[in-house]
Design a protein around this ligand. Structure first.
Ligand code: AMP
Length: 542
């Protein structure tokens, strides 16, 4: 027997309608690429998104068509999210940090009709537009006064495009299984793959992520997503914040310590979200300037592992709690959150920091398990580790325009991560499967070694890779970028790491390097380094 309840679709424009009606005066503050700070409300955002939806109709954008964005986190990008998906088309967020050939590939693979572009990224479109096979026009996200000279054909100014449009727009009746937003992974091998989120998956993800056991966002929160809207929709904040009425502070292109500090202090931000590298920059700046973050209560760290030294620095110097979270593009992205509990807060700090360095428990909706290579489930004792598999309503079932499923026969998605799960359900990422170091019969976590090294006061960035060893197959090699003006030697770093990791897993050698390569989403790009240093230990032994 079926239940008797209404079949109300879960669709994206309803989020902004709700925000405008019940939290109409909550603010969206943006640092603009033109240099100024822009400030308006959810009520204003709804009106302008409807004007943009009317403009898209005039341009002939039809249901299911893809519209690209190459833009920072600002209010205009936010309006594009709602107007495009709300009118039935698909917002395709393009990561400007991808290589030019990857950008060309995804724009053509997605069949983008229009691209909304920030002034900063215009040179990318100018350089590549002749290779974009389906593009009809480019809209520059600025006003008439700031319109640049450009040789691009069919260019429009965003503010002029929407200026004379009606503020009335009836969102079409959308099937909530319809595609809404398309985001490509930044694969280190092969072409990027698209993940097409639906309206339904986006709303369920917002509900899951806003809850107390998730990112804990409510109408009194002041949220600063440093994580970009061009990668996994800024972890869904542009949806979860309007759902709850939270104030949003968009940093635009200003991800440096000084710009972030200014925004955080002036807007009284209490919740920060971003990847570890951004927080290292912020912490270094605050240290140099001898400043303390007054309003920040929690810092969500994800994308890469949060080192204990970072958890400690936020706690001891800024009284801010690091909430470690894990997920991936294929998961919209949120999978697990290490949300604080009362018991947690009462632990002695060293035990608490160790717990906070785990990636946490799944938010309701996400199921996890760890398995060995035969698919047999591993024990959840916090020690046994295995391939991490996931299931849930906001997790991809297949990649965009690919026929095969991305799931195994039981419907699980293999994350490519290796993890442990403890008896209380706290998951900890050991490594990416391809990065784990296989030394004799044992596995060494490159993440654990990197996190130990990064705590050394002279170390700015650390990267551990497995390199060939005549006896043990592979052993860890530590590559280190020293902080500006610092000098230290291998012995000092190894000494510092001793006692923090198992003795047998200590790196066989430490190399100082000027810089380390990163992917378009800021993760360490280890593939090329492994190739470059493959025979380092063998050559050293000769
Ligand atoms: P992406 O799809 O680019 O967001 O990358 C997802 C991958 O980033 C995951 O599969 C993990 O390998 C890694 N990742 C994300 N969050 C964390 C975290 N908190 N700790 C360690 N690795 C993480």
């Amino acid at each position: 027997m079926l239940g008797n309840m209404q079949k109300q679709g879960l669709v994206i424009p309803d989020l902004l309608e709700h925000a405008a009606k019940y939290h109409g005066s909550s603010e969206i503050v943006s640092r603009m690429v033109e240099g100024d700070i822009h400030r308006y409300t959810y009520a204003d955002a709804l009106i302008r998104s409807k004007q943009l939806a009317n403009a898209l109709k005039r341009l002939g954008v039809s249901s299911g068509e893809r519209v690209g964005t190459l833009a920072w986190n600002t209010f205009r990008h936010f309006e594009v999210y709602y107007a495009v998906s709300g009118s039935g088309a698909i917002t395709h967020t393009i990561n400007p940090r991808l290589f030019p050939e990857q950008i060309t590939y995804i724009v053509n693979h997605a069949n983008d009709r229009y691209i909304f572009v920030d002034l900063t990224f215009l040179p990318i479109v100018e350089a590549l537009h002749e290779q974009f096979t389906s593009l009809k026009g480019v809209i520059i996200l600025t006003d008439q006064a700031n319109m640049p000279e450009t040789s691009l054909p069919n260019v429009m100014c965003y503010e002029s495009l929407i200026a004379s449009e009606s503020e009335v727009f009836a969102w079409p009746n959308l099937d909530d299984e319809q595609g809404a937003t398309l985001c490509y992974t930044s694969g280190t091998t092969g072409n990027p793959k698209g993940v097409l989120y639906s309206h339904r998956s986006t709303i369920l993800h917002a509900l899951g992520s806003a809850q107390r056991e998730g990112l804990d966002i409510n109408c009194e929160s002041v949220v600063l997503p440093v994580v970009p809207m061009f990668h996994v929709c800024a972890w869904g904040i542009p949806y979860a914040a309007p759902m709850t009425g939270a104030k949003i502070v968009f940093p635009g292109a200003g991800m440096d310590g000084a710009s972030l500090t200014e925004l955080i202090q002036s807007e009284k931000v209490d919740l920060l979200l971003g990847v570890p590298t951004v927080w290292l920059g912020l912490l270094n700046y605050l240290e140099q300037e001898n400043q303390v973050l007054e309003s920040v209560e929690r810092v969500v760290v994800g994308g890469s592992a949060a080192p204990i030294s970072m958890i400690q620095a936020f706690d001891e110097k800024h009284n801010a709690f690091v909430v470690h979270a894990w997920g991936m593009t294929e998961m919209s992205p949120l999978g697990t959150v290490c949300a604080p509990t009362r018991a947690f807060k009462n632990l002695p700090s060293s035990e608490r920091y160790a717990l906070q360095s785990k990636q946490g428990r799944p938010v309701f909706g996400v199921q996890l398990k760890i398995v060995d290579d035969t698919g047999e489930e591993r024990k959840c004792d916090g020690v046994d580790f295995g391939r991490l598999l996931v299931k849930g309503p906001w997790i991809a079932a297949q990649y965009f325009l690919e026929d095969e499923t991305a799931l195994d026969t039981d419907g699980w998605f293999d994350t490519g991560d290796v993890a442990t799960i403890d008896p209380k359900g706290f998951m900890q990422i050991v490594d990416r499967k391809k990065d784990v170091i296989k030394s004799g019969g044992e596995w060494i976590s490159s993440i654990e070694l990197e996190n130990a090294a990064i705590g050394h006061p002279s170390v700015q960035e650390a990267c551990v890779i497995g390199v060939l060893h005549p006896k043990w197959d592979e052993r860890p090699l530590l590559l280190v970028v020293l902080a500006e003006g610092e000098a230290c030697d291998e012995g000092s770093i190894l000494q510092f790491m001793t006692g923090k990791v198992a003795k047998w897993s200590l790196p066989d050698a430490v190399l100082m390097v000027d810089s380390l390569p990163h992917t378009a989403t800021g993760k360490l790009l280890k593939k090329d380094l492994r190739e470059k240093y493959k025979k380092f230990l063998i050559d050293m032994a000769d």
